[in-house]
Ligand binder design. Sequence first.
Ligand SMILES: Cc1ncc(COP(=O)(O)O)c(C=O)c1O
Length: 416
Amino acid sequence: MSQAFDAARKLDDTYVMHTYGRLPVEFTYGSGAELVDVDGKRYLDFLAGIGSVSLGHAHPKVTEALMRQLDRVWQVGNYYYVENRGELARSISELLSTTTDEQGHVTGSTGTIWRSFFSNSGAESNEGAIKVARRWGERALGGASGIVTARQSFHGRTLATLSATGQDVFHKSFGPLPTGFASVPLNDAAALEEAVTNPSEATGPVCAIMLECVQGEGGVWPATFDYLRFVRELCDKRGIVMIVDEVQTGFFRCGAPFSYQLAGIQPDVVSMAKGIADGFPTGAVAARANYADLMVPGDHGSTFGGNALAAAAARATVETLVDEGIGEHVIAVGAHLAKRLAALPHVTEVRGHGLMRGAQLDVPIATPLVERGLQEGLVLNHIGDSILRFLPPLVVTEAQIDRMADTLATLIDELA
Ligand SMILES: Cc1ncc(COP(=O)(O)O)c(C=O)c1O
């Protein structure tokens, strides 16, 4: 370990809270799907800043937009109009109303107008989504406030989004948590219908169903397209809000602009963050007009949300994703990634869509694989001891996928 890294590690370990088990590397430079550490060693990145560096590291279009904005104005607050924010919100609306086939190829548009509220993170976007749904419950459903989520889901680290997260491990120690949430197993239509029609004490009358189309942090578990269509029908039948958490799956991660489009449905409220601004901290919650318009001045806010820097970075990112036809690229290289993963030793199943993939191992070596991967110049990620999760920058090439898969095959043979 170099002196430069050793000094960085000592400072961080002393003065930064230990909420993450950190790997022994400090990255100081990135381009596309490549990273370079403080000692000049190169890596192929298959995590992309936990799924947020959509266009690749330091994409010139986003850098240029940020540099231009840095020289103008950064922060004025949401009492005022902000350059680029309207164009950004219009692009998001157009992407949300896009229709695709089950692979993600664009087929048309529903023409729906969506209105966005800009936040700074995925958890905050979900907080906004919960508030919109509860406002709907208050106005249209006689005060219903319950929200049914999915087991193994992940919605964030604020107290309400922890409550929404259907994993008991996250509920320990930090109570009391906000009430009104219950989770049911993903893809179990009967359990969901029961939770909505005969609500438990935990939720009381239900105003919304909230779910990820592919559970990311839970281990890359996709909802089936039939299940998503069932959720849409159930929400229509009961007059409740369908919230889709697209924080990890959105902005072409799964090939389509948003992952619900693969199932041919349109939700009522969508939360997003991660890939929206190529790694600049930004999020948004968007709602169809009849839900969005229930929120009036004073109902929700954020000092920094959608500020001039965020709007510039996100507008440049979203427009470049569209201009470069990234969806078609993701569909093609995503299929290649899935094929290469499925052929690896000890991989029993490959899940997910596009460039959001999980490889299930039949040996509990995921943690040492990630550590050895780093030594070999691969940025990998694991969930638990037998799932590898792949979220590369969306610009990753087939050749880079091949290099990663070849190295990974050797490492699996070494460790299994
Ligand atoms: C589906 C989903 N929702 C919400 C979040 C929380 O996002 P953030 O960490 O930006 O608050 C995450 C983060 O991984 C996520 O994957």
